[in-house]
Design a protein around this ligand. Structure first.
Ligand SMILES: Nc1ncnc2c1ncn2[C@@H]1O[C@H](COP(=O)(O)OP(=O)(O)OP(=O)(O)O)[C@@H](O)[C@H]1O
Length: 316
């Protein structure tokens, strides 16, 4: 497997306005995050709302707000350009759209309302020196040819999402970051969109899919080149080939998320995640975990192609 992007020890924290004279306060939105996107594979990043998933894509595209501070490294391969420290003109002119494509939630809302989809796609191709005409991009994104002559308000939610995906592919980026691309879509459209993302991975792209929808990930994991990373309270707590993690989840939080699926018992994970502005020391999952064998060391440790931040959880 060839790495397209290697993230090591990524910390993102946001400064909060504290009481005058009081200690500085921070939200820790990403803590010591290690993850690698590989050409030809899709990495699904899952976790409860507010655990830091979107902040990761913002950090990787230079789109964090002004009160953010980052540490660590996010090296674009092969040459190693660090996305965390690259100057904004480099990110704007060489990275966003050309090497890293971004598909957001409600991607269609990024389209200009007064111009047809075809006009906007052709312009994106021209500006990004894209190798494929708008018609081919539309086909790859599953967008019907007739949609090219339509205006954004004439598209259904699913078609608008595919138009956004086509636009993200205009510069033929090797990496595609999709942040909740299936939010608000019905089940057949969720399946269609996730299948398209798996197809992009099969074509050699490195795809990051951020989602709440574990059921959708389980479906594509059954046959696709799919890895899974589970995030909890700003940390990656488990990762590995998705089919293996679904078959044998190690971390109690991953087991809890799977147990909350409708056909797996529908039992929510008890309790609530901690405030990211007041993270406990040691394992952040401890208050919600039934284990009595804790070592209180939450570092993510690799075991072959899997990794887990819960040492008692690893089978002997
Ligand atoms: N500019 C900011 N200042 C302070 N805190 C912020 C800022 N932006 C985000 N956060 C906090 O960072 C944390 C992570 O946010 P993020 O949007 O990445 O969560 P998420 O896992 O993507 O959630 P969701 O699935 O609901 O989108 C949240 O607690 C959020 O409130």
């Amino acid at each position: 497997m060839t790495a397209a992007l290697e993230v090591e020890g990524l910390d993102v924290r946001f400064g909060l306005r504290g009481r005058r004279g009081g200690p500085p306060r921070f939200v820790r939105a990403a803590s010591e995050v290690d993850l690698t996107l590989h050409h030809g594979r899709l990495l699904a990043l899952v976790g409860e709302s507010g655990c830091g998933k979107s902040v990761l894509t913002e950090a990787l595209t230079g789109l964090l707000p002004g009160n953010a501070e980052t540490r660590g490294r996010a090296a674009l391969r092969p040459e190693g350009l660090d996305l965390l420290t690259a100057p904004e003109p480099v990110l704007r002119d060489e990275v966003r759209g050309r090497r890293v494509g971004l598909v957001g939630q409600s991607a269609g809302t990024f389209l200009t309302p007064t111009r047809t989809i075809g006009t906007q796609l052709r312009e994106a191709v021209r500006l990004l020196d894209g190798p494929e005409p708008a018609e081919v991009l539309a086909e790859r994104a599953g967008l019907p040819a007739a949609a090219l002559d339509m205006y954004p308000h004439e598209l259904s939610g699913g078609t608008a999402q595919r138009a956004g995906l086509a636009a993200a592919l205009a510069g033929d980026p090797a990496i595609v970051l999709a942040d909740e691309p299936t939010a608000g879509l019905d089940r057949p459209l969720v399946d269609r969109t996730t299948d398209l993302l798996v197809d992009l991975a099969r074509d050699g792209k490195a795809v990051l899919l951020i989602t709440h929808d574990l059921r959708a990930v389980r479906r594509i994991a059954a046959e696709g080149p799919v890895d899974l990373a589970v995030m909890y309270a700003s940390r990656i707590v488990e990762s590995g080939p998705a089919a293996e993690v679904f078959a044998r989840p190690w971390h109690p939080y991953t087991r809890g998320l799977l147990g909350a699926l409708p056909d797996e018992g529908f039992v929510p994970v008890p309790g609530h995640p901690p405030e990211l502005s007041d993270l406990p020391s040691g394992c952040p999952f401890r208050p919600r975990c039934g284990s009595t064998a804790c070592t209180d060391d939450p570092a993510l440790v690799h075991h072959g192609d899997r990794a887990v931040a819960c040492h008692p959880a690893v089978p002997a």
